[in-house]
Every structure is written in C-alpha cells, then in structure tokens.
Design a protein around this ligand. Structure first.
Ligand SMILES: *[C@@H]1O[C@H](CO)[C@@H](O)[C@H](O)[C@H]1NC(C)=O
Ligand SMILES: *[C@@H]1O[C@H](CO)[C@@H](O)[C@H](O)[C@H]1NC(C)=O
Ligand SMILES: *[C@@H]1O[C@H](CO)[C@@H](O)[C@H](O)[C@H]1NC(C)=O
Ligand SMILES: *[C@@H]1O[C@H](CO)[C@@H](O)[C@H](O)[C@H]1NC(C)=O
Ligand SMILES: *[C@@H]1O[C@H](CO)[C@@H](O)[C@H](O)[C@H]1NC(C)=O
Ligand SMILES: *[C@@H]1O[C@H](CO)[C@@H](O)[C@H](O)[C@H]1NC(C)=O
Ligand SMILES: *[C@@H]1O[C@H](CO)[C@@H](O)[C@H](O)[C@H]1NC(C)=O
Ligand SMILES: *[C@@H]1O[C@H](CO)[C@@H](O)[C@H](O)[C@H]1NC(C)=O
Ligand SMILES: *[C@@H]1O[C@H](CO)[C@@H](O)[C@H](O)[C@H]1NC(C)=O
Length: 890
C-alpha cells in the first residue's frame, strides 16, 4: 500500500483555494457592509420587501427541489429581506442579492461528494431576472440539473438564434455577479441568456457542462463590463486559436482550465488591451511554444499553464514580465535551461517549473531577486543539477517547496527556510542526519516518498500532520509520533523491531491522538500487535501487512471504533478473529496469508466492501450473514478448510448482481482544516488472484467483482442462485468437492472474465450457454467428471487443452480425444422433424467467430448425426446465402 503522492496535488489545491477566495470574500464584505449600514440606522424598517419580489422568490422556491429545507425560512410570515440568502437594498428594500451556496464536506469513505442536502431540480433563471434590482446571484455547489430560461411571458426565447439577439426583446437584468459553479450535474446547452445580463462583471460557471455551447467565446465577449470569467472544467472544446481579436473590454481574470482544447495558445489572448492580469489555462491540452506576443500583456500577474503539452524552451524575455506573481509551467514538455532572467522577477510568489524536460544547472542566480517567493516547485526526473553556493542565504522564505536534486546532501540553504509548511522531495538520494529530522518536524505536510534516504528512524519523533516516508531504505525501529500526526506512511522500508515504539510510547501524545491513517506495511517488523490501541481511537485505516508480526489480534483493537479498513496480510498472526472487532466499522478486511483459525466472522458490518481471508486455517461453513453484505465486491476465502455447501442466498449481495463501478471508490478521504477544499485521497489496494495471475489491484479495484472460494472443502452442488450474480468478473471454485451439473444459467453471467471450476467432481456436459460469455478469457474445467463433447463451433475451442484435461469422458477439440459417441439427446435439434432453428444459428456463430476448429467440429457432428446431415444438405443454399451476407459485412 502506498500513500498517493500528496504534493503534486498541492499546487492544484492551493491554486483552487486562491482562485476561489475572491468570491467568499466579496460575499463576506457585502454582508459586513450591510450590517454596518443597519448599525448606522440607515435601514428603513417600515419599507417591507416588495410584494413582487416576495412572489418571485416564492415562485423560485416552488420550482426547485429542497430536500433539507434550506428555504424553510422563505414564507410570508417573514419579511423576504430576512429570508435565508436574501439581501435587500437598504433604501428601497428591493432584493439585490441572493446567495444560496451549498456547503458540503467529504465523508471519510467517499462514494461521491454527498450533495443530498443541496438544492436540486430545475430552477428558472428568467424568473429570478424578474427581481429588477438583483445584482448578485450565487447558487454554487448545489446540485441543480437544469436551468429553465423561459418564464410564462416569453416562451420560445430559448429557440431564438444568436443572430437575433434576445436582448432587444427582453428587459436587461442588473446582475453583476453570477455564480453557478460546482453544480456538477448541471448541463447548460446555450449561454444566450447572458445577452440579458449586460452588466455582468463576474461570471463563474466552473464544472457546469457547457459542451453543447460552441459559441461561448462570441457570447461572453459581448459582455462589456465582464472583468472575471471562470469556466474551468466546463467541457468546452474550441478556444478559437486563430481568432485575431476578441472583444473583451474589461477582462482582468480568465480561468478556462480543465477544458481540453487541443490547440495552441489563442492569438486573441495576447491581443487584449484591457489589462488582463490573470490567465489560468492549466490542463487544457495546449500545444506549441510560448509566443513572444505574451509580452503584450504587460500587466500580467498570474500565468497558469500547468499540465499542458507546451514545448520549446522558456525564453529569456520572460524575465521582462515584471509584474508576474504566479508563473506555473509545471507538467509540460519544456526543455533547455531554466533561464537566469527568471531571477529578475522580483514580484514572483509562486513558481512551478517541475515535471518538464529541463536540463542543466540551477543556482542562486535563477532566484536572485525573488524576495517574495513562497511556493517553489522544481522537481523532475532526472533531477536538475543544483549548484548553489553553500553560504547562500536566499532572499525568500518559502511556505511550500517541492524539489528533486542530484547529489548526496540536501542543499544547505534549505535549512534557512523556517516557515515551510509543505515539503516534497522526490527521486533524490541523500543522507538524513538528525538535523534534517529536527528541521522537518516544523513542516506540516512532509512527503519524501520514493527517494533513497539514508537514515535511521530510531529515536526520531515525527511531528508533521502528514508524513509520507514510503519506499525509502529507512532503517532502525519505528519512530514515535506526536499528537499532530494524522497520516503516516512508512511502508516499503527496512524498519525492524516491534510496533510498540510507535503505538505504546505515547508520552508525546498528551492524551490525544489525531492519527487516522497508519501504513507500516512491507517492513521487517516483528512481535505482537500490542495492547496499546486505546491511544489511537481516531484511526480509520491501518495497514500492518507484509511484516513478521505474530500472536493474536488483541481484543483491545475493538476500541478502534472509526476503523474502516484493516490490512494484516502476510504476517504470522494466529488464533480466532476476536468478536470485539465488531465494534469497528470495517469495510475492507484483509487478513490474507496468516495462520488464523476458527469460523469466518459472522459479524462483519453489512456495509463491508471487501473480505479477504485467503490462505489461513479458517474452518466451518460459510455463514449466511455474508449474504447481508449487500455492498460486498470482493469475497476471497480461498485456501482455507471451509466446508459445507455454498449458501443459496449469495444472490442477496446486490453489489455482485449489478456491475456498476461508477458507484464506488475504494478511497479513504481525509479532510483537514488547512482550507475548506483541501483533502487527501488514499487508495485502497488488494492483492487478488484473477485469470491465474496474482496481481495488486489499486486503481482498478473498483472494476473488480470477485468470488474466490477455491482450495477449500466445499461440497454439494452450486446453488443456481449463484448464477444470478451477473456482475461477477471472476469466479474461482476450484479445488473443492463440488458436485452436480454446470447449469445452463451460467450463460447469464455476462461480465465473467475468469472462471475456474477445476479439481472438483462436476459431472454432465459442458453447457452450450457457456459460449455466450463473450468476455471470458480464462476458463478452467479440468479434473472433473465432465462428459460429452466440448460445445463446438464456439470460442470454447479457443481455450487450450489444459482448460479441459482430466475429464476422462470429455471429447472433441481442443482435446485430442475424438468424440465417437453420439451426442446425447439434448444436443440434438429439439424437433425431430428437422427443425434447424437451433442448429443453424449456432453453426453461424462458429463461422462468424472464424474458428476453423469450430467448423471442423460441426462438420464432424453432421457426418455422425443423420438428422443433422439431412438438415445440412437441405439448406445448403440458405447457408451459402448467409455466408455471403456475412462475408460482405467484414
Ligand atoms: C420589463 O420592463 C417593463 C417596464 O420597465 C415592465 O413593465 C415589464 O414588466 C418588464 N418585463 C419583465 C419580463 O420583467
Ligand atoms: C490584434 O487585433 C487587431 C484587430 O483589432 C488585428 O489587426 C491585429 O493583427 C491583432 N494582432 C495580433 C498580434 O493578433
Ligand atoms: C466591441 O465592444 C464595443 C463596446 O461594447 C462595441 O462598441 C463594439 O461594437 C464591439 N465590437 C465587436 C467586434 O463586437
Ligand atoms: C535583469 O534586469 C536587468 C535590468 O532590467 C538587466 O540588465 C539584466 O540583464 C536582467 N538579468 C537577466 C539575467 O536577464
Ligand atoms: C521473523 O521472526 C522470526 C522469529 O519470530 C525469526 O526467526 C525470523 O528470522 C524473522 N524473519 C524475518 C524475515 O525477519
Ligand atoms: C435474502 O433476500 C431475501 C429477499 O430480499 C430475504 O427474504 C432473505 O431473508 C435474505 N436472506 C439472507 C440470508 O439475508
Ligand atoms: C451505474 O450507476 C449510475 C449512478 O447511480 C447510474 O446512472 C448508471 O445508470 C448505472 N449503470 C448501470 C449499468 O447500471
Ligand atoms: C483458482 O484458484 C486456484 C487455487 O487457489 C489457483 O491456483 C488458480 O490459479 C485460480 N484460478 C484462476 C483462474 O485464477
Ligand atoms: C487448470 O487447473 C489445473 C489444476 O489446478 C492446472 O493443472 C491447469 O494448468 C489449469 N489450466 C489452465 C489453463 O490454467
């Protein structure tokens, strides 16, 4: 298990925070202003909210869906100026502002951001336009699905074409601020409604689906006062790169990031004389080089071009853009040197030149005048050569630093940086003396994954909120944690000794731990699981896998009432799983490859998603309680000594009946107070055996639906209900004592990719329907008592002989054993009078699949079966026709 690389998301998150800051502030400022005016006694309380506005707002309320009663204060009992989200003019008491953003937080385990309490449905924008004095409308982060533009008065307005500007027909609104962003399910097909809002200064539509609006640029350029435009992640496609001139007259801030334009930087952008200050075009699939016309934008303060496909070198003249505060060029294909002229950008606070193909040396000259620099991202692979004077004291104090460098020592100037909050070092190899660990204890987010750090963690106290030290060569015993630590990832190192230094030495905790995520897997830790868990009740995710831990699971682990995922795989733990764990709310339970005994726990929460007990000594029957876990996607109890029958109720596991990956994420989401929008995702991963391969499923875990009961003592027949688990991708029942026929219903399990029934006592014929499983790419029916011929003319011949061996009465290709016996009754056409309806579609499939073996198989059967032979010759012409028809389609 690996912590997701945290820092690469930080620029984005920080950026997000910065970009969105203006709107809440504007709102707070407006509120303050209003309050002040009330205090000053300028408000006329006799002048109640106008009847017309009240009615308009009530009509708006009537139209929207409000599941949590956000608008419950909206009733005629109260003056409408007092309603939630409504602000009125202090003189005439007309409604001027409507602010109903929805606040959401991410739950610890996300399926999706929970917006069930937000406003939804359709709202009528034209209705709100009837509020003649409305200048501010903010409905951001709700869950609206559509906007209605028509009011009763002006049906068909929506159908008018661009050339006939509706502005001429309809009253203009006084709206200056419109924010509909983060309504992720909102689709707006046309932006023509903007023609009615000529006063608009601020337009924020990020994350609204605008892919149908191909004219967006032409429409927004008609807004003469527009100064801030945000349409990031709107699925816009056309940036009109060759357009020479766009008529923005007041634009200061342009954010179009996250739209896949696949074009060069547009010419019109560099020809704007309106004093553009901020450009955000990150993640836009932009190509080409930085044009020199960029110098036309003399007032440019922020240039965000992260994560595009821009190439060429960073020109020297960039040093002339002396107002630049943010220069974000990371994640492109820029090459050559990082120019020295950058050092002249004395206003720069944010510089990202990471993840490009830069070469050469970086020295203090590149940063000479950057006294305001706070965020510096300068990592790449291979790392740049750092050639800093060891006595250099930078003119800046950084808050966030992400770097990679070559050489055995950290650059000495790093220790001069006293206020670093985020430190990310990547792909570097260096020595970490005690001085280093003291230095990083002040950092709140520390990510040093995938370096080769030469260091010993014994006696180190970690103090950062987020610490990721995974995949280094760290030695010694586990470090201690302070109460600040929330996330710690130490996996894939060479740490040894017991886990008690970390868990039991809680002098530094002051009685309160904030630890939610603990991953110390893939080390050489030994000893027992300790009884120190009561200090760590905040834990959500625990991974102690792949160590040398031994003993029983202590009953005291039951105090971890927030625990959602527990990984104890590949250790030497034994004993029964203590029922005290039912106090936890474990959704992912992985004890693979230990020596556990006893029954399969029957108290696992119904919400569980994955249960992995493989390779232990569990015994007894499969408890029926498993069927109540309707969200279970992974049931892996292979390689134990479980006996009895497969329960018939498995079809109650609805998650295995429908295959719908879009529903689920296996991610832990942790949210901190850094800012409202910053959170981390930690991906779950499990090692599974699918298609005969042992693979770690991380990213793709959500696409896997699996039941593995192989290598147990299961007996009886497979309950037919099991074949209604239509969502199953992999089913392994091999190495058991199962009997009975393989039923035809197996043909309904359309998602099946891997099916292993080998080493059982199944009898009867292989059902024809098995060939309907078009995704099946791994089949094993070997070592059973199957009889008859392998259904021929189908993809079943495409599997190797090894899929069928060890069934002494099975014949036909790919087995070398030829079928001499007549196929038994139910293989013959149903109608003895020669009805070919069953035979020919099947024959046809054989041809279409292009299996020569299939053809021979059919031919063989025809010669052996008189009825079929007759049918074959009788309809030869028909067949030829079909064959021709088929050939003409390929
Ligand atoms: C448009 O303005 C006129 C006059 O100011 C007013 O009578 C009419 O009701 C308004 N129409 C709409 C749809 O608001
Ligand atoms: C800028 O726009 C004008 C038209 O207003 C056009 O003539 C000129 O060529 C454009 N310049 C550039 C550099 O695109
Ligand atoms: C550009 O905007 C100005 C001011 O609103 C307007 O007078 C002019 O006609 C517009 N030009 C174009 C080409 O739309
Ligand atoms: C920095 O600016 C000064 C004054 O404009 C100029 O003379 C110098 O060449 C610039 N330095 C670089 C490295 O471009
Ligand atoms: C695991 O622990 C046992 C003793 O409990 C020890 O003999 C063995 O060497 C350890 N294995 C590893 C890989 O550390
Ligand atoms: C399975 O579902 C059926 C119908 O919903 C229900 O009656 C039955 O009790 C369930 N069985 C188990 C073992 O949960
Ligand atoms: C999967 O779930 C989503 C969201 O609930 C739903 O819109 C979609 O139709 C589902 N797909 C299938 C194949 O059931
Ligand atoms: C089924 O399980 C057995 C034993 O657990 C394993 O050897 C085999 O590879 C698995 N089959 C598939 C198709 O993964
Ligand atoms: C099927 O399973 C048997 C027994 O486990 C094994 O020997 C054989 O290689 C497997 N066949 C395939 C195609 O994996």
């Amino acid at each position: 298990m690996k912590l997701n690389s945290i820092p690469p998301t930080l620029p984005f998150l920080s950026l997000l925070t910065m970009d969105t800051s203006s709107s809440p502030y504007a709102f707070i400022f407006a509120c303050l202003l209003c309050t002040m005016m009330f205090d000053a006694g300028t408000c006329n309380f006799d002048n109640r909210c106008s009847k017309k506005d009240t009615q308009t707002l009530l009509n708006f309320k009537k139209g929207v869906m409000d599941p949590s009663g956000v608008l419950s204060s909206w009733s005629t009992q109260q003056d409408c100026c007092e309603w939630r989200g409504v602000k009125c003019d202090t003189i005439n008491s007309r409604v001027t502002q409507l602010g109903l953003p929805c606040s959401t937080s991410l739950p610890n385990y996300i399926e999706k951001e929970d917006k069930s309490h937000c406003l939804t449905g359709t709202f009528s924008l034209s209705l709100l336009m009837e509020l003649e004095f409305l200048n501010y409308l903010d409905l951001n982060n709700n869950d609206f699905l559509a906007i209605q533009f028509d009011s009763v008065h002006n049906q068909n307005y929506y159908n008018l074409s661009v050339s006939i500007r509706p502005r001429q027909y309809l009253n203009s609104s006084t709206l200056r601020h419109l924010d509909l962003s983060y309504n992720e399910n909102l689709v707006i097909n046309s932006l023509q409604f903007l023609f009615r809002m000529p006063s608009l200064e601020y337009l924020e539509l990020s994350f609204v689906d605008l892919h149908m609006e191909t004219n967006w640029l032409q429409i927004v350029t008609t807004l003469p006062s527009l100064s801030e435009l945000s349409m990031s992640y709107c699925q816009l496609k056309d940036l009109s790169p060759s357009l020479q001139h766009a008529n923005f007259t007041a634009l200061k801030i342009l954010d179009l990031s996250g739209n896949k334009f696949h074009s060069e930087l547009p010419k019109w952008l560099f020809n704007l004389s309106c004093g553009l200050s901020d450009i955000f075009l990150g993640s836009c699939s932009l190509t080409g080089q930085l044009p020199k016309t960029l110098l036309n934008l003399r007032h440019l303060e922020k240039l965000g071009l992260r994560n595009n496909d821009l190439n060429g070198s960073i020109p020297d003249w960039i040093g002339e853009l002396d107002h630049l505060q943010h220069l974000l060029l990371g994640g492109n294909m820029f090459s050559g040197f990082i120019p020295k002229s950058l050092g002249n950008l004395s206003s720069l606070t944010y510089l990202s030149v990471d993840s490009n193909q830069f070469t050469g040396v970086v020295s203090e000259r590149n940063f000479a005048k950057m006294s305001k620099l706070k965020y510096l991202y300068i990592y790449s692979s291979p790392p740049l050569i750092f050639d800093f004077d060891s006595h250099w004291i930078p003119p800046f104090q950084l808050e966030s630093l992400q770097l990679s460098f070559s050489g055995p020592h950290l650059p000495a100037w790093l220790y001069t940086q006293r206020y670093i909050q985020d430190l990310y070092i990547y792909g570097s190899s260096f020595q970490a003396p005690d001085k280093f660990w003291n230095f990083v204890s002040r950092v709140s987010q520390l990510s040093l994954e995938d370096n080769s750090i030469d260091g010993n963690l014994s006696n180190i106290l970690l103090n950062s909120t987020v610490v990721s030290l995974s995949s280094n060569g760290l030695k010694g015993s586990l470090p201690r944690l302070s109460s600040n630590v929330a996330v710690v990832g130490l996996s894939n190192n060479s740490l040894s000794g017991s886990i008690s230094p970390l868990l039991c030495d809680h002098k530094m905790l002051n009685g309160k731990s904030n630890l939610v995520y603990l991953d110390i897997s893939l080390n050489h830790l030994s000893g027992g699981l300790t009884s120190c868990w009561k200090n760590w009740k905040s834990l959500i995710h625990v991974n102690l896998g792949s160590n040398n831990l031994t003993g029983k699971i202590p009953i005291s682990m039951g105090v971890l009432s927030n625990l959602a995922s527990l990984h104890l795989h590949e250790n030497k733990l034994y004993g029964e799983i203590p029922p005290s764990l039912q106090n936890c709310h474990i959704l992912i339970f992985n004890v693979r490859e230990n020596n556990f005994t006893g029954n399969i726990p029957n108290w696992i929460p119904h919400a569980a998603k994955a249960l992995q007990l493989r390779s232990n000594h569990f015994s007894g029957n499969i408890p029926a309680q498993i069927c109540q876990m309707s969200s279970l996607f992974i049931l892996d109890i292979a390689d134990n000594t479980i006996s009895g029958h497969i329960p018939t109720c498995l079809c109650n596991i609805t998650a295995l009946v429908v295959n719908n990956a879009s529903h689920r994420e296996y991610s832990t989401t942790l949210q901190y107070n850094f800012s409202n929008r910053s959170f981390y995702l930690f991906e779950e991963s499990l090692e599974l055996v699918v298609k005969g391969l042992v693979l770690e499923y991380g990213n793709n875990l959500k696409f896997m639906n699996l039941i593995d009961m192989s290598s147990n003592n299961l007996s009886g027949t497979i309950p037919v209900q099991m074949f209604s688990l239509f969502g199953l991708c992999s089913l392994n029942l091999s190495h058991n004592k199962l009997t009975g026929k393989i039923p035809n219903e197996i043909g309904n399990m359309k998602n099946l990719e891997s099916l292993d029934f080998s080493m059982n006592q199944f009898s009867g014929e292989i059902p024809q329907a098995l060939s309907k499983l078009s995704f099946l790419c791994c089949l094993n029916l070997s070592f059973n008592n199957l009889t008859g011929s392998i259904p021929s003319g189908t993809q079943l011949q495409g599997f190797s002989e090894l899929s069928y061996t060890g069934n002494s009465d099975l014949c036909g290709p790919p087995l070398t054993k030829v079928c001499f016996k007549l196929p038994d009754k139910d293989r013959k056409p149903k109608n003895e009078d020669g009805d070919e309806s069953e035979f020919f579609p099947w024959f046809h499939i054989g041809l279409k699949s292009g299996f020569v073996a299939g053809f021979l198989g059919v031919f063989c059967a025809i010669l052996l079966n008189g009825k079929w032979r007759e049918a074959y010759f009788k309809s030869l012409n028909d067949l030829r026709d079909r064959l021709c028809a088929w050939l003409s389609t390929i």
